[in-house]
Design a binder for this molecule. Structure first.
Ligand code: GAR
Length: 205
């Protein structure tokens, strides 16, 4: 399998992108990040990418607030394609991606979600798990399909919810596992040693 050429989309701090940068630098992931894009002009993820000499772009997604659609989606696909991207990595990208991007990269858009899906799709999932009274929370890395946080699961990792947890303390514990899970999932994709069977990712099959 050829080394992955990644396009990363994020809206926030970019710690997951950092975990991918680190895995590549350590020789633990056969990939390169071709471009990083953010829908937030001053997002930390762009600063981090710049510090690593990775090409980065701000993507104006207006007039939409919660999705990547229309002209912005077309622009995004054009930028990713001209950067030679083969795999799109959503790393804290807080917008719903639509058919235009998914069709341009079939089964090649991957997302990280801070919950054990299918529990708690949507936003602030760690808070949803805490409010619900869960004893276990976690993270899911999955291929993106046309639903919201519904695509085939590549990797999941669990963390305990402990007495006295706050949303911030639980999210911090989940993020430790995120930074293991995303490189793990991308290693599986890079290996090519998997198949998508319905909604299931069969690894080694
Ligand atoms: C991560 O916890 C990620 O799972 C979450 O945003 C955070 C981004 O952190 N994503 C979602 O909630 C997507 N629905 P980062 O910018 O430090 O990688």
């Amino acid at each position: 399998m050829a080394r992955l050429r990644l396009g990363v989309l994020g809206s926030g701090a970019g710690s997951n992108m950092q975990s991918i940068v680190d895995a590549i630098a350590k020789g633990e992931l056969d990939a390169e990040i071709a471009i990083v894009m953010s829908d937030v002009a001053d997002a930390k993820i762009l600063d981090r990418a710049r510090r690593h000499g990775i090409e980065c772009r701000y993507l104006d997604c207006s007039p939409f607030r919660t999705k990547l659609d229309g002209a912005a989606e077309m622009k995004c696909v054009e930028i990713l394609k001209s950067a030679g991207v083969d795999t799109v990595v959503l790393a804290g990208f807080m917008r719903i991606v639509k058919a235009g991007l998914l069709g341009a990269f079939p089964n090649r858009v991957i997302n990280i979600h801070p919950a054990l899906l299918p529990a708690f799709p949507g936003v602030e999932s760690w808070k949803q798990a805490l409010d619900y009274g869960c004893k276990v929370a976690g993270v899911t890395v999955h291929f993106v399909d046309s639903g919201t946080d519904t695509g085939p699961i590549i990797v999941q990792r669990a963390v305990p919810v402990v007495e006295g947890d706050t949303p911030a303390s639980l999210h911090a514990r989940i993020q430790v596992e995120e930074h293991i899970a995303y490189p793990d999932a991308l290693r599986i994709v890079a290996s090519g040693n998997y198949r998508i069977d319905g909604r299931r990712v069969v690894i080694g099959g």
